[in-house]
Design a protein. Structure first.
Length: 370
């Protein structure tokens, strides 16, 4: 069972952010509907929830859920700081009252105690916040292909939390770097210790392992592993979107179309619809219908752009989606507009773009080398 984070409206019409215990996305939705919830949005896949939702010290389940939901919707310092103030409001109000009383009494020792009491939550917040800032910097460096900086930051972040997802993510990123530099066997071997540790999160290990093969340019194994990950993670329909994308890029277009036809959009995480639009656009491109692909890829690119403004975690997806959007523009006669679309993301595309995409961009969009 996983504690899956969700947002919804209660039967009384109030906004709710909390966890629901369920073994699959469909079970989670069924439980919430039975409880009278509506406008339900499952913010996590069951596998992520299984690994990341341990209770946090000093926070109630509802406080933790609300803060995580807010940070997913609007990540950043301001959101985190507001959450910290809300969670520590009782202590902060008491400290302010004590400080006012001490000032009235002109009691210097008490003033010092009250000031420390008031500032301590902020000090602890900014001390812990440095880890989040380092991770943001790591994602930026990873997107830009600054491998030495990624390794340096990964070494600083590895032991800052008991949550397994952070060191796992770091190891996958480092493995992808190894794979890109021609050391695929070393990259895969370095991840093997995680296979048993991630067993409760069905399919997570296999899905991220697939990304290592993709980084190495082994798209056949990538596609095979994505199919295996979906079979292992049937509790998560968002996993099928990943399979559809893999097939739309490198595999069977009919398979991708069939997946999209049978998706239940109500069970998808908020990020998944952007990938659905990308898959639909890719299928139109493969079918020789760039005019139909254009609005779909424009929608997907706009969605990833919005996400990228909130977090550098979306930079790579934005770059790749922009590449396909540029292809659609070029193939409908808008070559200059296509070049404008990719000019800012080209440095990331050159690092993370798949070879077939880069070849098509070179042929259809970019000016011939002089």
């Amino acid at each position: 069972m996983s504690r899956i984070l969700y947002r919804a409206k209660s039967a009384q019409g109030t906004d709710v952010a909390d966890y629901v215990e369920a073994s699959s996305a469909s079970e989670a939705r069924e439980k919430l509907v039975a409880a009278g919830m509506r406008e339900i949005s499952l913010l996590q896949s069951p596998d992520i929830a299984a690994m990341s939702n341990a209770p946090l010290l000093g926070m109630t389940s509802q406080q933790q859920a609300l803060l995580r939901a807010e940070l997913m919707e609007k990540p950043g310092l301001a959101t985190a700081l507001r959450g910290m103030i809300r969670i520590n409001s009782s202590i902060l109000l008491l400290a302010v009252a004590l400080l006012a009383f001490a000032a009235w009494r002109q009691d210097l020792p008490l003033i010092v105690v009250a000031t420390i009491m008031l500032l301590l939550p902020f000090g602890l917040f900014f001390w812990k916040r440095r880890h989040a800032n380092r991770y943001q910097s790591l994602m930026k460096a990873y997107a830009r292909g600054q491998w030495d900086e990624v390794r340096r930051l990964a070494s600083l972040l590895r032991d800052v939390t008991h949550n397994k997802l952070l060191p796992w993510d770091l190891d996958v990123r480092l493995a992808c770097i190894e794979a890109r530099q021609g050391r695929l066997d070393t990259a895969v071997a370095g991840l093997d210790r995680w296979r048993s540790e991630l067993a409760p999160a069905g399919g997570m290990f296999t899905a991220r392992l697939a990304s290592v093969y993709s980084a190495a340019g082994d798209y056949e194994t990538y596609l095979k592993l994505m199919e295996e990950a979906a079979a292992l993670g049937k509790q998560d329909p968002s996993r099928m979107v990943d399979v559809a994308l893999a097939n739309a890029k490198f595999g069977n277009a009919a398979r991708a179309e069939d997946i999209l036809r049978h998706l239940d959009a109500r069970l998808l995480t908020p990020l998944a619809p952007k990938f659905v639009a990308l898959v639909q656009g890719l299928l139109c491109l493969r079918a020789g219908q760039p005019d139909k692909a254009l609005p779909l890829l424009q929608t997907a690119t706009a969605g990833f752009l919005e996400s990228s403004l909130k977090s550098p975690a979306a930079w790579v997806a934005l770059a790749i989606c922009s590449g396909y959007y540029a292809l659609a523009l070029a193939r409908t006669g808008e070559k200059q507009a296509a070049q404008g679309v990719i000019v800012d993301v080209m440095p990331i595309l050159l690092v993370h773009g798949e070879k077939p995409l880069l070849d098509m961009l070179q042929r259809d969009v970019l000016e011939p080398a002089v």
